[in-house]
Design a protein around this ligand. Structure first.
Ligand code: GLN
Length: 386
């Protein structure tokens, strides 16, 4: 029998393995470890919300939703956004419901990145950014967060050149847990002024901003908003990451291009859940307590970890706490995170996968504190034994 050559594609992402979130959650499961790695809550959603989904299914809302999203949901999104950030996006042309934040990012990049376009990414960066840029033929240009994991406007400005097509920002920041403030946003507006650079502002943790700070959304800044895709997530606000529901906002011209890709990517997203969210998000009390709720969890985790040998970094937002373990070990972070999972029973996320070139002395882990108090307490007890 003659064997023909096997069809083996040339990898479009030769350097990509399996995402660290999948790797660590799997390891946590195999070891029976407490999972503070992949970011997701371990507590239930509001029963009112699941009742709404159930009701929508029973009412027969089980077929395709309109491609850009259910009109009622797009209207609810537009009114919430106006209430919070003072600008009214047109629900017909400037709001699109997506299958989560990652799909929105993928679609936005797919809509605008052309071969050879440079996209500025600030490391540590959420792990889908650079591979997605590469998939569309773009060139990721990596700069770094500055001291204390804060945004370094000078570093970003120095990376801008005529080939720059897009700047990607993320506030509150995953994995760092820091936020952008008014002064940062003003400086970003200044550096983009007079260029045709598109901004992608990943704001999926918009409600997880602590200590009375206000979320500085790109939407608050007309000069930014006019050139921006702003990306949000329902999963983070309503504790339902597994629903994979989010949305993108952008001016009409940008959104028209976004939708051209979206329609061939997912076409439309889960209909009954869109019905449920449209009703649920109209009530501000359903999201107003989120900052205080997570701030209490951050504080509980930090107080417990005072008795550990980890040194916690600043956490201004998101549901992630980063911590330095250099007082404990000199191992690389992947090895250390693996050992802590296997030997001490707590899974975390090492930070090196969020860098193109991780600093050699990087000794940081990320802990997700979106957990019941009992889970946090049990994890703290284990972590304090290290
Ligand atoms: N956003 C989640 C995190 O940072 C992970 C989502 C995923 O696993 N793709 O942990």
């Amino acid at each position: 029998m003659i064997r023909t050559a096997l069809a083996r594609p040339t990898s479009k992402l030769p350097r990509a393995g399996t995402t660290i979130f999948t790797v660590m959650s799997k390891l946590a499961q195999e070891c029976g470890a407490i999972n503070l790695s992949q970011g997701f809550p371990d507590f239930p959603i509001d029963p009112k919300l699941s009742d709404l989904v159930n009701a929508a299914m029973k009412a027969g809302h089980n077929q395709y939703a309109p491609m850009p999203g259910l009109p009622a949901l797009r209207e609810a999104i537009a009114s919430k956004v106006e209430r919070l950030y003072g600008f009214n996006y047109d629900p017909d042309t400037e709001v699109t419901v997506t299958a989560g934040g990652t799909q929105a990012i993928f679609t936005a990049l797919g809509a605008v990145v052309q071969s050879g376009d440079e996209v500025i990414i600030v490391d540590p960066a959420y792990d889908c950014y650079a591979p997605t840029v590469e998939l569309f033929g773009g060139v990721p240009v990596h700069v770094r967060l500055g001291n204390d994991m804060k945004f370094d406007t000078d570093a970003v400005k120095a990376a801008i050149n005529p080939r720059t097509r897009m700047l990607m920002i993320n506030t509150p920041h995953n994995p760092a847990g820091t936020i952008l403030r008014d002064a940062d946003m003003r400086r970003i507006a200044e550096m983009l002024r007079g260029t045709d650079i598109i901004l992608l502002s990943d704001e999926v943790y918009e409600h997880l901003v602590f200590d009375g700070e206000r979320h500085a959304s790109a939407i608050n800044y007309p000069e930014l908003r006019e050139r921006a895709f702003v990306i949000f997530s329902f999963g983070k606000v309503f504790h339902a990451t597994g629903w994979k529901m989010g949305y993108a906002l952008a001016p009409k011209e940008l959104m028209a291009e976004f939708r051209k890709v979206h329609q061939f990517n997912v076409f439309s997203v889960n209909t009954p859940i869109q019905h449920a969210l449209a009703a649920y998000m109209r009530e501000p009390t359903n999201y107003e307590d989120v900052p205080a709720f997570y701030q209490a969890k951050r504080d509980r985790f930090a107080a417990g970890m005072m008795n550990s040998r980890f040194n916690l970094l600043l956490c201004e937002g998101s549901y992630f706490q980063t911590a330095d373990y250099s007082a404990i070990s000199n191992e690389g972070d992947l090895d250390f995170a693996t050992r802590v999972t296997k030997e001490f029973g707590v899974a975390t996320i090492p930070l090196s996968p969020f860098y193109k070139d991780p600093p050699t002395d990087l000794r940081l882990l990320r802990f997700c504190f979106a957990k019941q108090d009992a889970t946090l307490d049990a994890a703290i007890e284990k972590l304090c034994r290290i």
